[in-house]
Design a protein around this ligand. Structure first.
Ligand SMILES: Cc1ncc(COP(=O)(O)O)c(C=O)c1O
Length: 421
């Protein structure tokens, strides 16, 4: 019998996640060869030495014995109740534990919530740039991601007129990521109000990804979308990964508010999908109540002298000094979406830049085109490394950009010696 190639599902044809794609695999290969790579591509606090608050770890240890069985498909009661109380304290009305689902990270809930909603060719309005899982998950679940622009000239805040212009009879939902990954934008309340009104007028579900909701700078105000959407369904997504530096616990939540009365079948479908995967990881759920109540240690990291504050400052200082770089300063989240100035380097290609930076300077970044944008002169880095590391990164970037500008070949950093390996 002749061998036959096993092909993956055609449903994956337009599904991509380049943050862990080709460049990432090359970086791993180089690390195996003994190169020391500075990886700035993923927002994984644990990888940069951040610790989950101790009380959260203790809450898990205390409850390990109670974590051995499956739990309710929607999650354990204390975790869901803590999410309800958090939302209530922020002014969200008419919310109960029945409408809270705990998942294995926001990632799983993005997939489940879209799977529960979409029919073939339904359209979902997704920001450009986006956190690319949103585009991927819409496409994976038979829908069509239609991108609305968040333009650099408007500090990456969407213009509701652009969104309105894209609504068709097939549009089912709109995705808002606030504070934003990859741009660090925090949307002003009037913009969110206008999006809420638009959603209500066209009966769209609003998915509000608020996983960075407490990572804010410069006294900028964060407005929870659920306080604004009343006559349509709002699904707020958040979790432990970023604010609580617990990516590995894989805990997130989705909260259904607004017009839940007309969404009963959809919420039942969510319950069915949640039951099919039995339940979310149980030990991590025990950390939720401890995390959400009381003292919030993230605040220390965000004020002057705090690690995230100082790293973001280092990024902004280095960009100010750079001959080639510019940025719309982040106001929240843990990223900056940096521009390589087209007036100075008009031919720049973000993929080639990222590849050269990896091969010659041993720094891994995420090229802007990984975030579903039409332009090729941006890249994303995370605020998570220490300021000293970021200074070094910008020195290496400037060296590479100097060589581009003068038409010289980039000077490569030394390869690891056999001894070092
Ligand atoms: C905007 C956004 N949403 C969701 C996620 C996924 O989070 P989780 O670890 O909860 O799956 C991320 C992770 O980087 C993110 O940036």
């Amino acid at each position: 019998m002749s061998a036959q190639t096993i092909r993956p599902s055609s449903g994956l044809a337009n599904v991509k996640y380049e943050i862990r794609g080709r460049l990432f695999r090359r970086a791993q290969e180089m690390e195996r060869q003994g190169y020391e790579i500075i990886s700035l591509n993923i927002g994984n606090p644990g990888a940069f030495g951040f610790r989950t608050p101790e009380t959260m770890r203790l809450a898990i240890i205390e409850n390990l014995r109670a974590s051995e069985g499956y739990c309710h498909q929607k999650g354990i009661f204390p975790a869901r109740e803590a999410v309800v109380m958090l939302q209530q304290s922020r002014g969200v009305r008419d919310i109960s534990v029945e409408e809270v689902f705990i998942g294995n990270g926001v990632s799983e809930l993005i997939d489940l919530t879209l799977r529960g909603l979409l029919n073939t060719d339904d359209e979902v309005l997704v920001p450009s740039p986006d956190y690319p899982l949103w585009t991927a998950a819409v496409n994976l679940n038979r829908g069509r991601a239609v991108h609305y622009p968040c333009r650099p000239e408007n500090n990456f805040v969407p213009d509701v007129k652009d969104i309105q212009a894209l609504i068709t009879s097939r549009t089912r939902a709109i995705v808002v990521i606030n504070p934003n990954n990859p741009t660090g934008a925090v949307y002003p309340r009037p913009t969110l109000e206008a999006i809420a009104k638009l959603a209500e007028k066209h009966h769209l579900v609003v998915y509000s990804d608020e996983i960075y909701d407490q990572i804010l700078y410069d006294d900028v105000a964060f407005t929870p979308m659920a306080t604004l959407v009343h006559n349509s369904l709002c699904v707020t997504l958040s979790g432990l990964s970023k604010v609580y530096r617990a990516c590995g616990y894989r805990v997130g939540w989705a909260v259904f508010t607004g017009d839940v009365k007309h969404a009963r079948d959809y919420i039942s479908a969510m319950e069915l999908l949640s039951s099919l995967r039995l339940c979310a990881n149980v030990p991590g759920q025990w950390a939720v109540q401890t995390a959400l109540g009381g003292y919030q240690s993230i605040k220390e990291l965000l004020r002057s002298g705090g690690r995230l504050f100082e790293s973001r400052q280092a990024i902004h200082d280095n960009i100010r000094k750079s001959k080639y770089l510019d940025v719309n300063l982040s106001r929240g989240a843990i990223y900056d979406f940096i521009e390589i100035r087209s007036d100075i380097l008009p031919e720049i290609d973000d993929q080639q830049f990222a590849l050269d930076l990896l091969e010659h300077k041993h720094v891994l970044i995420a090229p802007g085109s990984s975030f579903n944008v039409p332009y090729r002169n941006r890249f994303r880095i995370t605020h998570l490394p220490r300021a000293e590391v970021l200074h070094e990164v910008f020195t290496r970037m400037e060296e590479l950009l100097d060589s581009y500008s003068s038409g010289r070949r980039p000077v490569s950093r030394p390869a690891p010696s056999l001894k070092a390996i």
